[in-house]
Write a protein that binds this ligand. Structure first.
Ligand code: ATP
Ligand code: MG
Ligand code: MG
Length: 554
């Protein structure tokens, strides 16, 4: 009752528990390669694995799949840890595939001795040519039947760096006619004379993904190793390798697959996101336009909104495209509950209240959050000269315009009812001042008959004298195309939105003077904003997280 039904991953686990698994056997892992920052697609995998950990009270390891030193860096390891923690998850153990290099090597030596692996001295091109096609069997390497002694000798030389980088590889000896192409003597090791961010220059050979991943799962005794669908054909090889290194009775991990999650109007591939950074389309990995966890954080997303997003799209068996408006919806829903309401004017025009005494000011009560009584209230200064949004005034307008016009009344939020009287224009006819009168008896919350009078519109405003200036960064979608990397004869870089960032000066109520990095607010009637890390008290900087409404909706 009221319980949500099990997804297919949970069903797999429930079935295993009913068969031969004990609850204590359950163990999961999240296995990022530290070759970039985590993105919103990874959030799905994180929420899946750590969510299962929470559900079954089982450990979840954070495993760095660090087997390719040409692309991996400590900076990425640190960023990944920070992001997983920020999302609110705790890993049981911090693990590295590189910690298993010696064990993997020892196993490989055993495999050579058992006739299950051999050193191939062909070029990678020759090896590729012999792979065959799904309908044509492959051709066996001329080195396939080297003696064990020769293999052991060459493999040791490879390990010691006594052979050139592209000279040899170690291959599993399986079946060059296998229907599954991945079973046609896959490469286990390549020579790479590169410095590794953890093992330094200790190793001159590095294991391939297929050889490292399942064995890492086995070493850690992970029960269910979840990966994305493109690894489905790898499952047979995963099992083959595990069988080679395990003994009868050992607990063997199983690989199961789920569908990758894609998000519209963006890219979820570390390789392509790196291009955006390197080519200068964005400023950094945590640029608020990036779909990275760190970019979303800087943009003003909360961990709760990202978890909610991941949980609400759930896990599936088929790849699909999630509209970015759903992510934005999750941000609004969460920020609506927690973000204090404040007033800020982003495109100001001056409003002069001609019957308000000159030189006077008063501090009015303003409720911080109508969704949260405990948020309390604050004071905002009111005076004779205010800023309002330029678009909130029209000299003459039709009856559907519920903002300020000449001769009509509107309410100023938390303040008084005003009536438009006159305008002042410059030589080009641009309005420089709007003159109005106010009704002194109409103060919000005063309980007078006048204050209860219904008027059609309510405007936000700030007092000119008290306003603080801030840099406001208005972010929009990074790509104009729904699937930027799915358009024929084009590449994703062709669709970068030239208007993904617009910077304006905003005038904000003075309560925002002491805002701190990551503080989140709602500028009333405009959107949700978050204080950027570039912010200083001399020059506050706010990022627009999301507008109040979905302005892209048709
Ligand atoms: P990228 O192409 O961005 O590098 P990846 O899959 O190679 O993605 P990994 O670091 O290997 O990146 O990913 C760690 C885990 O996150 C893997 O289990 C992977 O399957 C999962 N993952 C990555 N991208 C997505 C996505 N878009 N949706 C769901 N899971 C994903
Ligand atoms: Mg990967
Ligand atoms: Mg990758």
């Amino acid at each position: 009752e009221g319980k949500k039904s099990l997804n297919f991953i949970e069903q797999i686990i429930e079935e295993d528990l009913q068969k031969d698994y004990k609850k204590e056997d359950l163990k999961f892992r999240f296995p990022p390669e530290p070759n970039g920052y985590l993105h919103i697609g990874h959030a799905s995998s994180i929420c899946l694995n750590f969510g299962l950990g929470e559900r079954y009270d089982a450990p979840v390891n954070l495993r760095f799949d660090d087997t390719n030193p040409t692309k991996e860096e400590q900076e990425y390891v640190d960023a990944i840890k920070r992001d997983v923690e920020w999302l609110g998850f705790k890993w049981a153990k911090e693990c590295y595939a590189s910690d298993y290099f010696q064990q993997l090597y020892d196993w490989a030596v055993e495999m050579i001795k058992n006739g299950d692996a051999y050193v191939d001295s062909q070029t990678s091109e020759e090896i590729a040519e012999q792979k065959g096609t799904p309908t044509k069997p492959g051709i066996e390497s001329p080195y396939r039947n080297r003696s064990v002694e020769e293999n052991l000798d060459l493999f040791e030389k490879m390990k010691n760096g006594d052979t050139p980088e592209r000279g040899h590889v170690l291959r599993a000896k399986i079946d060059m006619t296998a229907a599954n192409m991945l079973m046609r003597d896959p490469v286990m090791y390549r020579c790479l004379h590169k410095n590794h961010h953890r093992t330094g220059d200790n190793w001159k050979i590095y294991p391939m993904y297929d050889w490292a991943h399942g064995q890492s799962d086995f070493i850690e005794q992970v029960s269910h190793s979840f990966c994305t669908l493109e690894f489905l054909p790898h499952r047979e090889l995963y099992n083959w390798f595990i069988e080679k290194v395990s003994k009868p009775g050992d607990f063997e991990p199983k690989q199961r697959e789920f569908a990758r999650r894609n998000l519209s109007h963006t890219i979820v591939s570390k390789r392509k996101l790196l291009q955006l950074v390197e080519k200068g389309y964005v400023d950094s990995w945590d640029d608020p336009r990036m779909p990275t966890i760190s970019g979303l954080r800087r943009r003003g997303y909360t961990p709760e909104s990202i978890r909610k997003f991941a949980d609400s799209i759930g896990v599936g068996k088929r790849e699909n495209l999630i509209d970015v408006s759903h992510l934005e919806f999750c941000a609004r829903e969460d920020l609506n509950k927690i973000a204090p309401r404040v007033m800020g004017v982003l495109d100001p025009v001056k409003l002069v209240i001609t019957n308000y005494p000159e030189g006077e000011e008063e501090w009015l009560d303003a409720e911080n959050n109508p969704e949260d009584e405990s948020a309390g209230s604050r004071k905002v200064p009111f005076s004779r000269e205010l800023y309002i949004e330029r678009e909130d005034f029209k000299e003459s307008a039709n009856r559907k315009f519920f903002r300020l016009t000449l001769g009509k009344e509107v309410r100023l939020k938390n303040a008084y009812i005003i009536k438009g009287e006159d305008v002042v224009k410059d030589d080009e006819g641009k309005i420089t001042e709007i003159h109005c009168t106010y009704d002194p008896k109409s103060k919000s919350g005063s309980g007078t008959e006048e204050s209860l009078r219904k008027v059609k519109g309510t405007l936000h405003w700030v007092s000119v004298k008290h306003a603080i200036e801030a840099e406001i960064r208005l972010y929009d979608r990074l790509f104009t195309e729904e699937t930027p990397d799915g358009v024929k004869d084009k590449e994703y870089l062709d669709f970068v939105n030239p208007e993904s960032l617009k910077i304006v000066t905003g005038y904000l109520e003075p309560s925002l003077k002491d805002s701190k990095e990551q503080d989140k607010v709602q500028f009333q009637r405009i959107g949700y904003f978050c204080v950027d890390r570039d912010s200083t008290s001399a020059k506050p900087v706010f990022n627009r997280t999301v507008t109040l409404r979905d302005s892209w909706a048709k």
